[in-house]
Design a protein around this ligand. Structure first.
Ligand code: ARG
Length: 301
């Protein structure tokens, strides 16, 4: 079953030359962390079952495939060293928020992940960091980086309800010098904004911002906010949301997402995007997919 979108796309039919031509990829810079120590030994979200039996070697192979896929599409990938005893560090999106080169390292909610904040800060301020990146240090307020902060052009969409706090939204607005739009999450399965919403086009080239989302994950007031700002947003079905299909990364044209979200692949094609399916089944056991494994370094243009 597919939920019908509340707003029908006005784009030309799937695969038509006009639509394809209107989507332009821009080269991106990502930070990733290999799942060398990945495991599910505690449960801090409903996806995690410590008895699930993680195949770490398989997780590493799937992660390598994701990294190679980014590189094959012309994107640059930086790698931060994994830390033993931090099994969730592979979810690099949570390491911080990066806007216009300013990097604000995360402050994690759960004790199990707390040491990741300083580890990501060390990378942001260390010798391996990329030109144009400036560390602002670690945030004071509880925030889980791009798990809850998603840049959509000149606004930072900010999730709250489970992890990142309202105080952290205010801190991000001030330190990253960006307008923040708060969105309240209400379903524990979608505990981070990036599990329920993906920015597909930041409008930089096309002039038109687009995203995909799963409305039931949001409070009714926040649903109104999203509909107002993004009337043409793609609405994901229950099934596509439930395989974390919205935990996706877009370069403006290619959308990297789980190969399991087949309905969403279709919706994306109808709107002129090229879905690139990735198998991250092992990382799903920790409650994450493509976007969770990817911190986008938004550098000064
Ligand atoms: N096990 C991790 C946690 O619950 C998964 C984090 C997923 N990351 C994300 N950006 N949604 O914190």
């Amino acid at each position: 079953m597919t939920l019908s979108p509340t707003h029908t796309a006005v784009a030309s039919p799937a695969g038509s030359p006009e639509t394809e031509a209107s989507r332009a990829a821009t080269p991106r810079h990502y930070l990733m962390c290999p799942p060398t120590y990945f495991d599910v030994v505690y449960a801090i979200n409903p996806w995690m079952d410590p008895t699930s039996g993680v195949d770490t070697a398989r997780a590493v192979a799937q992660w390598e495939e994701l990294k190679a896929t980014y590189e094959a599409h012309g994107h640059q990938v930086e790698v931060v060293d994994p830390v033993a005893d931090l099994p969730d560090m592979v979810y690099a999106a949570n390491g911080g928020a990066v806007v216009g080169g300013r990097a604000l390292a995360a402050r994690f909610v759960h004790a199990e992940r707390r040491a990741e904040g300083p580890a990501y800060e060390a990378w942001f301020s260390g010798p391996g960091a990329v030109v144009g990146l400036k560390s602002l240090g670690q945030a004071v307020e509880l925030n889980e980086g791009q798990g809850d902060f998603l840049l959509a052009g000149d606004v930072l969409l900010a999730g709250t309800g489970f992890r990142t706090t309202l105080a952290a939204h205010a801190e991000a607005a001030r330190l990253l010098d960006v307008e923040v739009v708060t969105l309240e999450l209400v379903d524990p399965r979608y505990y981070h904004l990036d599990t329920a919403l993906a920015v597909l086009d930041d409008g930089a080239v096309s002039g038109e911002r687009t995203l995909a989302w799963y409305p039931p994950a949001f409070s009714s007031r926040s649903q109104e906010v999203v509909r107002d700002l993004f009337p043409d947003a793609i609405v994901a079905s229950d099934e596509d949301a439930a395989v974390l299909g919205l935990n996706a990364v877009s370069d403006g044209r290619h959308v990297f997402l789980t190969d399991r979200a087949t309905g969403l692949h279709e919706r994306l094609r109808e709107r002129g995007f090229e879905p690139v399916g990735i198998d991250l089944s092992e990382l799903l056991k920790g409650g994450g997919s493509v976007k969770c494994c990817t911190l986008e370094l938004d550098l000064p243009r």
